[in-house]
Design a protein around this ligand. Structure first.
Ligand code: SF4
Length: 121
């Protein structure tokens, strides 16, 4: 059984993905990951480290995200749900938590993200 590592804030990004990203390789991978998550509802492990989406990101430098903002986004998501880092749960459960956070507004989670103009729509 494959378990997909997912960073907390990526559960939000996934809900708004419209084909844009940091590179063609990144967007292709993100599209594939979303297809897998949505079609087979696999188990995911909530991680604060590089995940299955980071794996094809140009900002992933030897397994560490070069962005200083990312740990804040992950922390904000965890503070707004009842999940724990390293928990292994079904994707649908993580998605439900993401949807709940989104319904309360993302302004206090990731408003300074360069992609926020997409998600605030
Ligand atoms: S490496 Fe950083 S910028 Fe790239 S997908 Fe992962 S968290 Fe996002």
């Amino acid at each position: 059984m494959q378990i997909y590592k997912i960073r907390p804030h990526h559960a939000l990004c996934i809900q708004f993905f419209e084909g844009k990203g940091y590179s063609p390789e990144f967007t292709e991978n993100m599209r594939n990951v979303i297809n897998i998550l949505e079609s087979s509802d696999p188990f995911v492990c909530i991680t604060e480290n590089a995940d299955v989406i980071c794996s094809k990101c140009p900002h992933n430098i030897n397994g560490v995200c070069a962005s200083e903002k990312v740990p804040h986004y992950d922390r904000a998501v965890m503070q707004n749900c009842s999940l724990k880092i390293n928990s292994v749960i079904k994707w649908s459960e993580l998605k439900k938590s993401a949807e709940k956070i989104i319904s309360c507004g993302l302004e206090n989670i990731c408003a300074d993200c360069k992609w926020f103009y997409i998600c605030k729509k």
